[in-house]
Every structure is written in C-alpha cells, then in structure tokens.
Design a protein around this ligand. Structure first.
Ligand SMILES: Cc1ncc(COP(=O)(O)O)c(C=O)c1O
Length: 386
C-alpha cells in the first residue's frame, strides 16, 4: 500500500472510470510531512520547499499557508509561489544558473537571497541585483545519494566572497546539496564540518561577519522500495551537526526539502498495454513510463514500487520487467531485485506505481513518441493549516 494516506488509496481504488495514465497528489500528506519535519527539527530549522519537486498550485498555497518558505529555480517558479501567497522574503533563488534578466526579475519582485558558485554568477548578481545577499554554494561529493552535487571548492568559496564584497554584495552564508534521496544522514555533518572551516576562512579575510544564512539543501528521502532511515533520524543528525560545527549559531538555518515533502503524497495509475515474452523474460508494457509519466528518476536508481490493482495480494506472482509505452530502450523501470506481478496480469488490468508525488508531474515529457504528459489529479487539503 502506498506510504501516503488512506484517502489516497481510496481514490486509487474508486476511480476505475478515469482514463489512464493519471497521477494523484494528496495535499494532506504533504502537509503532514511538513508538520513532522518541523516537529522533528524542534523548530530549529526553517523549511523552504523546493518547488521543482511538484508545482501544483493548491500544494504551493497550502504549504505557504502552513508557513513554509520556497526555493525557486526560475522566474516561472517565482511567479507561481508569489501567486500562491508566499511572500518574496521567504523565497530563496537557489539555482546558480541564471541570466542577468532572470536575476533582475527576481530582484524586482522582492527576492533578496541568491546562491552563487562561480565568479561569473557573482558578477551577474552584482549587475542584476545590486546589494543582494549571496549564499555561496559548496560542492558535495560524498556517497549515498543518486548523484554527487555541483558547487565550488572551499578555496573558490573564499575567493568568491572577496569578489562579492568588492562588488557591494552581502556575503550572507553558505549552502550545499548532499544529493537527492540521500540514504546516509551522516553526509550533513561532513558537509557542515567543511562549511564551518570555509566560513572561518571567509571571516578571517574580513569578507563577512556572523553567518546569517546556512542552507543545508535538499536530499531528505521519500519512501521508495530501497529503505532509508526515518525522517526524524535525519532531522536530529542535521540539527546536532549544525550545533556542533558552528559555535556561533547561524541566524537562519534552512533545509530545502522537495522529495521528502511530496514523494509519498502521490501515486500513479497505469493500464497494462501488453504482456510479452522476449529473450526468456516477461515484459509488462504499461501506458505510463519514464517520459510521459515523468518516472525519469528511475535512470538515477530510484526504485518505484508497482502493485496490481484488483488482484488478490495472495495471487501467485512471477518476475517481470516493467516498461513504458515509448519505443525507447531507456523507457524501463530500474530495479535491483526483479519486480514481481501476478501471473494472470493481462492487457487492460491496472497497476499503481508509487510513490510518485516528487519529480513526476514536473518531469513528464511534453510529447515524446506522441504521448502527452500525464494528468495529475489533486486531493485538496481537508483542513487548511492554521
Ligand atoms: C537547490 C536545490 N535545493 C533543493 C532541492 C530539492 O532536493 P530534494 O528533492 O532531494 O529534497 C534541489 C533539487 O534538485 C535543488 O537543486
């Protein structure tokens, strides 16, 4: 059963009339994850939701109303969060690849905090957002995540701080991303230790004062097939690492969860197009795949769970490969040990793929092989946050 709410499961099992493929997003589950994470950090860390994970307008409004800030990657996302009611002073523009026009647009709309990891970006910021606050993004190359994340080296960060000061920007702090679906909470303490050394060096050069912004990025996990520690283990490890590494605590410490807030809030319903045998293997071809249903995280090793609807849990199963509808070798769900589906699964039967609340609706390809992007249905919040 999907890790989301009973109401999500009820929706999935009572919507046989809807044409497949489609996905469902239960905003209550995202609000619950937000509440759990705030509680687990003892209120010490402020949350900025990474909008790229799922930009549903109802979700953005509900999170903004719950007091969650937002991390945006483009003017398009900034427009979405502002119209969802999130004030600009709770927005971080944490994508360091921007044109001067994009920077100026964000600055004119009230965004004051921008990250940067190159001299070119610092200079673009100085031109497009004079006097803005810069948060320097450090690379993190530790293991445990789907991919290492970019950023500058510690030495470059110290040089960028000096450059920023020379161009009248405020050097507000540091940020990094330890990699999405990070299985090892111990990566944050490693990143914090490096960050503390870098900040001390920046201060020693007179380029900044007290650490005002420490942004610990995303990386907290959703509940996929490969198990990860509970969210509260991450929250405790991260909060202790900040306290231990930074004797003078940062004024604002942020986390930018995307996946951890919304992955478990979503599931996808798909129909079996065909079951075929090739080279001694059984392939189940679905009408939802990596491209039209945005399941492309599978390429980086995310393993979605797949369950047959309307088949008894006790039905005999056999190992299968699961493919999407396009004529493309990559359109196949990655899996460590094989998927198992009922032996009598046939054309027209429905399956649920989960959890798909993160990076699916926003990743769905527009028209690859002529398949339109998946439709996302939203279950609105039952109770609006206070
Ligand atoms: C700057 C930034 N912050 C936060 C996130 C969210 O990451 P996650 O979904 O792993 O929490 C991303 C995702 O790529 C990102 O680029």
């Amino acid at each position: 059963m999907p890790p989301g709410s009973a109401r999500l499961w009820r929706f999935l099992t009572t919507t046989q009339h809807l044409p497949t493929p489609y996905s469902v997003l239960d905003i209550d589950t995202a609000l619950l994850r937000h509440k759990q994470l705030v509680a687990a950090t003892g209120g010490q860390l402020e949350l900025l939701y990474a909008v790229k994970a799922n930009a549903d307008p109802g979700l953005l409004s509900a999170l903004a109303q719950a007091g969650c800030g937002m991390d945006v990657a483009s003017p398009g996302e900034l427009r979405q969060v502002l119209s969802a009611g999130c004030p600009a002073d709770r927005v971080s523009y944490s994508n360091p690849f921007r044109s001067r026009e994009e920077i100026a647009f964000a600055h004119e709309n009230g965004v004051r905090v921008f990250c940067a990891d190159s001299p070119e970006e610092v200079l673009r910021l100085a031109a497009g957002a004079p006097g803005a606050s810069v948060v320097l993004r450090l690379a993190h190359t530790g293991p445990g995540a789907m991919s290492p994340r970019f950023g500058c080296s510690p030495r470059e960060a110290v040089e960028l701080a000096a450059l920023a000061v020379m161009h009248h920007l405020e050097v507000a702090g540091l940020c990094w991303h330890v990699g999405t679906q990070q299985k090892d909470p111990g990566q944050w303490p490693l990143a914090c230790a490096t960050g503390a050394r870098v900040w001390a060096a920046i201060r020693a050069r007179g380029a900044a004062g007290r650490l005002r912004v420490l942004n610990l990025g995303g990386g907290l996990p959703g509940t996929y097939r490969v198990p990860t520690p509970p969210l509260r283990a991450y929250a405790c490890t991260i909060a202790s690492a900040v306290a231990e590494c930074f004797a003078d605590p940062p004024v604002h410490t942020f986390l930018e969860p995307g996946r951890a807030l919304v992955a478990d809030a979503g599931a996808t319903v798909s129909s079996v197009k065909a079951v075929v045998r090739r080279n001694g293997r059984i392939y189940v071809i679905l009408d939802a795949g990596l491209w039209n249903a945005g399941l492309a995280d599978s390429l980086y090793g995310i393993e979605y769970a797949v369950t047959a609807l309307d088949h008894s849990l006790a039905a005999p199963t056999h190992p299968v490969m699961i493919c999407g509808p396009t004529c493309d070798t990559l359109d196949e769900l990655s899996v460590g040990d094989a998927y198992r589906l009922p032996v009598d699964l046939a054309t027209g039967d429905r399956v649920v793929i989960w959890p798909t609340g993160a990076y699916c609706a926003t990743n769905a390809a527009v028209n690859f092989n002529g398949y339109p992007p998946i439709t996302q249905h939203t279950l609105p919040p039952t109770r609006l946050p206070p």
